[in-house]
Design a protein around this ligand. Structure first.
Ligand code: PMP
Length: 282
């Protein structure tokens, strides 16, 4: 693969960063993941807006508009012949001798990006639906910032796999915050789409945002509010949203089937509508 690192396109084996990089030592870095379908990036503007917000909240001194990001990503897509998959971008506060205090202003950020080819539209999980378990949300209190501090989510995903299911939903008390790397949504028996309201407790998902628009346009009432495990288990349908999963049905929560235990009809219609929206861009 050809990857991007600090202004250059290099072979992945040649891309090297310092052991003093604050991304490595302190998880002092932010990232984005965008999907590519038919060689085109989905919801690009919203991802870049969130990246700029993450940088500002972390006070990482890096001006996104100073680099030609559309050009960088187009080059990565072209050189790697990417038609379907994801693009990962990461920006850290840069390398400096290890110190909890931030390095002096002017320390250059470490910036890189790479592609991952994978099939996203044809995902077998969408046919069978995901089975999830709930686990306490013990991540830090600024989950709205997309930092690379992902260890807790990673550990919980491993627990899910060890328990023989696909993933976890994280909970505070009995209230769901979000999935390990997706936003959590349900369709109530009345047909309303419910997803957690934004704040410091969840990541403002780009897919969540697009889907809320798509749902409202098709006449679905959307409620952004907290919901419990019991409400989700008793919902008509459940699903998650993320850049790489789009809209993915959830058919089981803590051993209880949601609806009839099969991917929901509304969920699959929203999945199709989201993919149509993605394909209509570019
Ligand atoms: N929540 C968390 C914790 C995530 O890691 C992600 C994916 N990065 C999401 C939600 C979904 O966000 P998006 O739709 O922008 O991929």
């Amino acid at each position: 693969r050809t990857v991007y690192l600090n202004g250059q396109f290099v072979a992945e084996d040649a891309a090297q960063v310092s052991i003093f990089d604050r991304g490595l030592l302190f998880a002092d870095a932010v990232y984005e993941v965008c999907s590519v379908i038919d060689g085109r990036i989905i919801d690009y503007a919203a991802h870049m807006m969130r990246l700029e917000r993450s940088l500002a909240e972390m006070t990482i001194d890096y001006d996104c508009s100073a680099a030609d990001w559309p050009g960088i990503l187009a080059t990565l897509i072209e050189r790697n012949g990417l038609t379907e998959g994801t693009i990962y971008m990461q920006i850290s506060r840069g390398a400096a001798d290890r110190d909890f205090l931030f390095p002096a202003p002017g320390t250059p950020a470490t910036v890189f990006a790479f592609t991952q080819a994978r099939s996203l539209v044809a995902n077998p999980m969408a046919e069978r639906g995901m089975r999830i378990i709930t686990r306490p949300d013990r991540r830090w209190g600024r989950r709205d910032i997309k930092t690379v501090q992902l260890l807790y989510a990673s550990m919980m995903k491993m627990e899910a796999r060890a328990a023989g299911v696909d993933d976890v939903w994280l909970v505070e008390g009995d209230v769901i915050t979000e999935g390990s790397s997706q936003n959590a949504c349900i369709i109530t028996p009345q047909g309303h789409l419910v997803t957690r309201d934004l704040g410091h407790h969840i990541l403002p998902g780009v897919t969540r945002l697009s889907l809320i628009d798509i749902a409202r346009e098709s006449g679905i009432t959307v409620e952004e509010r907290p919901f419990t495990i019991a409400e989700a288990q008793g919902a008509a349908e459940a699903f998650v949203t993320s850049a790489s999963m789009f809209v993915m049905p959830v058919v089981e929560i803590d051993g209880l089937s949601v609806g009839d235990g099969r991917p929901g009809v509304e969920t699959m219609a929203l999945r199709k509508a989201y993919i149509d929206h993605a394909r209509a861009q570019g």
